[in-house]
Design a protein around this ligand. Structure first.
Ligand SMILES: Nc1nc2c(ncn2[C@@H]2O[C@H](COP(=O)(O)OP(=O)(O)OP(=O)(O)O)[C@@H](O)[C@H]2O)c(=O)[nH]1
Length: 417
């Protein structure tokens, strides 16, 4: 009996050995590369991708399925251990699910109120000219013609512009004469009033957002190359979300390869959707699709980034007109924001004038004010264009874009008391 069992045990042993060998051979190697080309559902291999592809869809809740335990970031997901094989069966290969790409965390942008106050230190370069420089000059015991010339020079070198400077100096001269005694508090108050007045505090600086006639408002963002349009679009989206709006972004800068990607990243951070097209595609088509997406998704604002263009390039300027016309098939453009680089100073002004002629600009976003000592450019821009500065860029951080407020700005320029 015992002897009869020996061959049976040997056979069972051999079978188990064969099963184990098979399992080891078939087990996938760690780090194996994925197939060379992944096919997108609904798109044949080699087929052209449709003109506009929606990315970063609004985070829809996935249907609750018996999901494997969530993996720690960067680690493979843990899958339940399979049931042990029945005797004689080959053990199935153990599969380890590849780590899921971490979903971008949706951020809560900082409230917009008080941003300019928070960022006032970023104006330190301009503070040297206005606060230390001008207040120092005005507090001299004797304000003769030479001293007033110096005041004038300071304002012009801070890009305030000749006409505005002449007016400001004339008023300061008159008021200091009438005032007689001049304490530093008096002078600060005088300068504050005159600079604030030069910034025309009564202008409407609100962004034209919200649903109009059942459709989202449309904001076009335009400007020359490198002024900070794409970055500002991302930051404006955060401003809008912080103020309780819902946004779709349109990546109509199909010229610069990285712009759409950049915009998609900004959008995903606040859970907004982006409509983008193929590189070199028709920007007007993307803008049209973005507004359509905005209507379908029921958001209240559609923000469209456009390619940087030089004011002397007729074709590019015509393209801007086309984008506007095509978008207006859905309804009027509510706002056209011109992005201007503050460090370009007076040069930027001549470029800006051409944009205002072509694009019916309703507001200015003045970027990179943190990088210049010429904070007076805000006064010059408004004077030259007759258009309010609505937002100012004061750094590269996501919430370093502040709604512009003349009183807060002047107080920041003059520095701490
Ligand atoms: N310091 C500072 N940098 C800024 C500010 N706004 C934008 N930038 C930087 O300016 C650079 C250009 O910004 P983009 O948004 O790419 O400019 P763009 O106008 O879209 O560029 P094009 O698509 O080439 O026309 C980036 O490095 C931004 O981080 C700002 O307010 N302060």
């Amino acid at each position: 009996m015992k002897d009869a069992l020996v061959p049976v045990l040997v056979v069972i042993g051999l079978l188990l050995l064969a099963g184990l060998t098979l399992f080891l051979v078939r087990r996938p190697r760690r780090g194996a590369l994925p197939p060379a080309e992944e096919q997108r559902p609904g798109i044949e291999r080699g087929e052209k991708i449709p003109p506009s592809v929606i990315t970063a869809p609004a985070p829809e809740k996935p249907a609750p399925e018996k999901a494997p335990e969530k993996a720690a970031p960067g680690k493979p997901a843990v899958v339940p251990a399979p049931a042990p094989p029945a005797p004689g069966e080959t053990a199935p290969p153990v599969e380890v699910a590849p780590p899921k790409p971490a979903e971008p965390e949706i951020e809560t942008p900082e409230p917009t109120a008080g941003r300019l106050v928070r960022l006032r230190a970023r104006l330190s370069r301009s503070q040297n000219v206005f606060g230390k420089g001008l207040l120092g000059l005005l507090s001299r015991d004797h304000l003769d013609d030479d001293a007033w010339d110096e005041v004038e020079e300071s304002l012009i070198s801070a890009d305030v512009g000749v006409q505005a400077t002449t007016e400001i100096v004339a008023k300061l001269r008159e008021r200091t004469r009438v005032l007689g005694t001049r304490t530093s508090a008096d002078l600060r108050a005088l300068l504050t009033e005159e600079l604030t007045e030069a910034l025309d505090p009564k202008l409407d600086r609100s962004l034209h957002t919200g649903v109009v006639d059942g459709k989202p408002s449309v904001i076009l963002v335009v400007g020359v190359n490198g002024a900070g349009k794409t970055t500002s679009c991302g930051k404006i989206a955060r401003v809008l979300v912080a103020d309780g709006h819902t946004v779709v972004l349109g990546a109509a800068d199909t010229f610069r390869a990285a712009a759409a990607e950049q915009l998609a990243t900004w959008a995903s951070r606040v859970g907004a959707q982006v409509v983008r097209g193929p590189e070199g595609g028709d920007p007007a088509a993307v803008a049209f699709d973005a507004v359509k997406k905005g209507i379908d998704a029921g958001v209240d604002t559609v923000l469209i980034d456009t390619a940087g263009r030089l004011q002397n390039k007729v074709g590019l300027m015509d393209e801007l007109g086309k984008i506007k016309r095509v978008v207006e098939k859905h309804g009027p453009v509510s706002e056209t924001l011109l992005v201007l680089d503050a460090t370009a100073g007076q040069n930027g002004l001549s470029q800006a004038r051409v944009f205002t002629e072509v694009a019916d600009v309703t507001g200015v976003v003045l970027t990179k004010l943190d990088g210049t000592a010429k904070g007076g450019i805000v006064i010059a821009v408004q004077r030259a264009l007759g258009i309010p500065v609505k937002l100012v860029g004061l750094g590269e951080g996501p919430d370093d874009l502040a709604p512009f407020d003349p009183q807060q700005f002047v107080s920041a320029l003059l520095g701490d008391e």
